[in-house]
Design a binder for this molecule. Structure first.
Ligand code: ZN
Length: 165
């Protein structure tokens, strides 16, 4: 199933990434099935947050607990930023990722891509690139490969690239 995220959530993550040029931001993607309904930032507990991220373990535990509630959102994945890098997973990301099929959204100061943590992935043996759908109001942009954040503070817009057919 193709993951789906709203442009509002994407813009929020990307603005946060852009606003933190010296430390990686991170958080949880939660939702139902393939639909991401929430992107909550958490503290970055890494010893060196300029080059890595570690989601606050207490927030992870809370997310697992919530997922077991009757109407709780599932933990669909994680987001983090690469302030000075590319939106591709680093070797260190691969080292720390569990091949559990969860989504990894990675944002730079202006670009974001989505990945899935799998065994035998195309990137560092751990990640496959994932096309995703973006919902803007009632419009759905399908099979997006990457998103760029354009413009200045009050006029952010998103530009989409698609995977070649
Ligand atoms: Zn990373």
């Amino acid at each position: 199933m193709t993951p789906q995220i709203s442009s509002v959530l994407l813009r929020k993550i990307m603005q946060e990434a852009r606003g933190s040029p010296n430390a990686e931001i991170c958080g949880l993607l939660r939702g139902r099935g393939a639909v991401i309904r929430s992107a909550e930032s958490t503290a970055n507990c890494a010893a060196d947050p300029s080059g890595f991220f570690e989601i606050d373990p207490s927030r992870l535990i809370a997310a697992y607990r919530q997922a077991r509630q009757p109407n709780g959102l599932e933990l669909l994945g994680y987001f983090h930023s690469h302030p000075a890098g590319s939106p591709d997973p680093s070797p260190r990301d691969a080292e720390h990722a569990v091949a559990d099929g969860r989504l990894w959204l990675i944002a730079t100061h202006d670009t974001a891509r989505m990945w899935r943590a799998v065994s035998n992935g195309a990137v560092h043996g751990r990640f496959d690139p994932v096309a995703f759908d973006i919902v803007t109001g009632k419009r759905v942009t399908r099979s997006v490969a990457s998103v760029r954040l354009l413009g200045a503070q009050k006029r952010w817009s998103l530009e989409f690239d698609h995977f070649p057919d």
